[in-house]
Design a protein around this ligand. Structure first.
Ligand code: NAP
Ligand code: ZN
Ligand code: ZN
Length: 348
């Protein structure tokens, strides 16, 4: 393996800075990829700053990876040299528990291995993510990419894409359903695209009406300013499903009262503080609050293939890696349309 270059944080307070490290040679079923693009997920920011209390330093973030295969293990069958491969949020699991056997490795009962800041099952080292020149991964945890899609705009599908595709599929969002998407950021704009493509009536909730025109272009049938009580009230008791992608603490009750009887609000956003909600708002409509995390390998490939067939990609702002700290700051100010993606050729 060539040595690896990347950007790392050394503790929860420091900015990302150049960092050199090494990765192991690919094993028999593993591939090595030269990373071309890596998306900047809000989870990278939560993790860099240890907002969930589970960070390990030094940390190279990044789990929306698209790259070119530069080495293949002797027994690998899925990729050949020069192919494009994509890697998301997990890179290993026990591979034999019930969820793993079912292609739902993200729910591995022993815990899936995260792409960064997790103990590697193969050599015990700490995984280093995709803000880097290369990655080594078992081919089971790498995906093929439809040839018709722009590679920079594919990268965010590996986290923002699958994290929204999976719950929308699980709760059978489609024609005849009224669906709300809360927050128009990286996850939110992919949720909007998918819910629209699945044929639902989609309402985008945002705290920023300047995003209204974009939301309509991305597939919203209606856009609601969530800080306007009258506008919110007009949708009381009307939603079949609401997907909440918000990264910061906010009221869940504002949305629970918009659900129909027996409807579900699914949380995918992961604020750094626990949420509370009024139980009366649930019992009076037999509502459910649910959660969902990324997706398994089978569904992630299904999502990528669906995107190829329907020409769906992320709206991206491509940046050189030298601007990644600025990108973190802009993410906090909700100043991104709608995902930053690092062009790794900038990594010198
Ligand atoms: P993002 O691009 O920063 O988008 C978050 C959006 O939330 C913002 O664009 C904004 O939308 C809204 N928002 C932010 N602060 C808010 C506040 N104080 N009150 C109300 N709304 C606010 O982030 P992202 O990359 O999409 O990630 C979103 C969250 O999902 C993060 O917490 C991330 O860690 C989590 N995540 C979870 C999974 C999973 O598997 N469950 C996977 C990936 C990411 P408006 O401007 O439209 O209001
Ligand atoms: Zn992510
Ligand atoms: Zn397992």
């Amino acid at each position: 393996m060539p040595s690896s270059k990347g950007y790392a944080v050394l503790d929860a307070q420091s900015p990302l800075a150049p960092f050199n490290f090494s990765r192991r040679e690919p094993g028999p079923t593993e591939i090595a990829i030269e990373i071309l693009y890596c998306g900047v997920c809000h989870s990278d920011l939560h993790m860099a700053r240890n907002e969930w209390g589970q960070s390990i330093y030094p940390m190279v973030p990044g789990h929306e990876i698209v790259g070119r295969v530069i080495a293949v293990g002797a027994s690998s069958v899925k990729f050949k040299l020069g192919d494009i491969a994509a890697v998301g949020v997990i890179v290993d699991s026990c591979r034999h528990c019930a969820p793993c056997s079912n292609g739902e490795e993200h729910f591995c009962v022993q815990g899936a291995t995260l792409t960064y800041a997790a103990p590697d099952r193969v050599d015990g080292s700490i995984t280093m993510g995709g803000y880097a020149s290369n990655y080594v991964v078992d081919e089971r945890f790498a995906h093929t990419v439809p040839e018709n899609l722009n590679l920079a705009a594919v990268a965010p599908l590996l986290c923002a894409g699958i994290t929204t595709y999976s719950p929308l599929r699980h709760w059978k969002v489609g024609p005849g359903k009224k669906v709300g998407i809360v927050g128009l950021g990286g996850l939110g704009h992919m949720a909007l695209k998918f819910a629209h493509a699945f044929g639902a009536h989609v309402v985008q909730f945002t705290t920023n009406l300047r995003k209204k025109e974009d939301a309509l272009k991305l597939g919203a049938d209606e856009v609601v300013l969530s800080t306007d009580p009258e506008a919110m009230n007009a949708h009381a008791n009307s939603f079949d499903f609401i997907l909440d992608t918000v990264s910061a603490p906010h009221s869940l009750d504002d949305y629970l009262v918009l659900l129909k009887k027996d409807a579900t609000m699914c949380l995918v956003g992961l604020p750094d503080k626990p949420s509370s909600f009024g139980i009366f708002n649930m019992i009076t409509r037999r509502a459910s609050i649910a959660g969902s995390m990324i997706g398994g390998m089978v569904e992630t490939q299904e999502m990528l293939d669906y995107c190829g067939e329907h020409n769906i990609v992320s709206e991206v702002e491509v940046i050189p890696i030298q601007k990644v700290n600025e990108a973190f700051e802009r993410l906090l100010k909700q100043d991104v349309k709608y995902r930053f993606v690092i062009d790794m050729s900038s990594l010198k």
